[in-house]
Design a protein. Sequence first.
Length: 134
Amino acid sequence: MKLALTSVLLATILLGRSPAQNEQSPKFLGFAYLPGSFLKAGQFKDLSPEKQEVYAVGLLDGLFVSTIFGADEDGLKKLADCTKEMDSEQISAIISKYVHDHPEAWHETLSTQSLNAMFSACPGLRGYDFFKKK
């Protein structure tokens, strides 16, 4: 837990407040509430490799603690199984490759596109419904 809090704090310090945060308003897409995001997907490619890794660590730490807010534990276990041998550089590279390969989504939130990247990289997550009602 201490590592998760440290990662989130470090990401906040390094990334700071993004202009994109002010541009994007919260949305409800019919299946999940998505608050405004700090970064758009296209901004990820402009970050230094170090900041990309910090983002990747913060993203996974945030996903892994999301069960506190009711996220599906089975799906997160599948994500943990898929990423258990990966380091932050590899996860960052997965996100970077996905963003690079999908310029049509550069205007979308980085958090959503990062999750799409992990779905693509982890066969056990493809088609998984994280938003199923309990």
